[in-house]
Design a binder for this molecule. Structure first.
Ligand code: BJW
Length: 251
């Protein structure tokens, strides 16, 4: 599929682009071996996270919720960025401005070298004190105690992630909306585009005149509205676009 892709019209658009925004979801990390949330092999199927990734679940059984996060940290900690993450990181040198808005909490974009990142749903390597709100980085896998407690005040620590029904950081959300409405091109990569408010960002971009490029294994509710909807693995499609971009002289 990827080999037969006609990238010509997309390359023309990219050659004119100066502000590129990229919205990523779990699919970008799938080829690194991190399960996505939805779909046959999704995390939701095996571990019912809709019951675990909520403030209610945490207040009822913090140990259970932490065991789930500890298990996921153990998987993520062993994984490396794939060619898709690496192309996105390199594009910070290719385009005048690249802004990466990610729903992922795995930290693989940072590991690949991306710098200008806006993490909409937090980061699994950060813990937040439920009393003081202080945020600390912690890379221990497994954690030394479950549930972990704040070394300063002894209160429960929680994962610094955004659960269903919780608000996103207003600063990060506002910045993401601004970047979406100011970009020339927005890539939407490996997201089922069902979780709000992230799923609205491509529409902000499109309404403001940006071209939308979706890369996904399957069609989504965004596919019909995208200017380019490319089916395939992002770890294959992104390097292919990058190669074409490098070898096509600007018109
Ligand atoms: C590949 C691939 C490969 C696979 N290559 N592609 C408006 C209307 C209705 C409801 C709401 C609304 N506004 C807010 C809500 C409520 C709720 C919501 O959106 N619900 C919907 C499900 C309907 N949103 C919220 O609660 C948000 N808070 C909020 O808005 O506060 C204000 C408010 C609250 C309540 C009401 C109204 C306003 C918070 C959302 C937080 C989401 N948190 C999670 C968990 C994070 C922590 C953790 O990881 O444990 O974030 S849920 C989970 O979904 C995670 C993800 O970031 C997020 C998105 O998933 P994603 O990335 O799209 O993954 P998948 O698995 O769904 O898709 C993977 C895709 O990749 C697939 O399409 C594959 O085909 C593809 N793929 N391999 C390319 N190799």
């Amino acid at each position: 599929m990827a080999e037969k892709l006609d990238t010509g019209p997309l390359i023309e658009v990219l050659q004119e682009a100066s502000r590129v925004a990229i919205l990523t979801g779990a699919g970008i990390s799938a080829e690194s071996g991190i399960p996505t949330f939805r779909g046959e092999e999704g995390l939701w199927k095996k571990y019912r996270p809709e019951e675990l990734a909520t403030p209610t679940a945490f207040s009822q059984d913090p140990k259970l919720v932490w065991e789930w996060y500890d298990w996921r940290r153990g998987i993520i900690g062993q994984k490396e960025p794939n060619p898709g993450h690496k192309v996105i990181a390199r594009w910070e040198e290719t385009f005048p401005t690249v802004s990466l808005i990610t729903q992922n909490i795995d930290g693989l974009h940072q590991k690949a070298g991306s710098k200008n990142i806006w993490e909409l749903h937090g980061n699994i390597w950060k813990l937040r004190c439920t009393e003081e709100g202080t945020i600390t980085e912690n890379y221990n896998t497994p954690l030394k105690e479950i549930p972990p407690l704040c070394p300063n005040c002894g209160a429960l620590l929680r994962p610094h992630v955004v659960w269903f029904g919780e608000s996103l950081s207003p600063t990060i959300l506002q910045k993401s909306i601004q970047l979406s409405s100011e970009c020339d091109v927005m890539f939407v990569i490996g997201t089922s585009a069902v979780v709000q408010p992230a799923a609205s960002l491509p529409f902000e971009a499109s309404e403001a005149g940006a071209k939308i490029v979706e890369i996904n294994l399957d069609p989504t509710s965004l596919s019909l509205y995208a200017d380019f909807s490319i089916r395939g693995k992002s770890g294959e499609i992104l390097p292919l676009i990058d190669e074409e971009l490098k070898k096509t002289p600007k018109a």
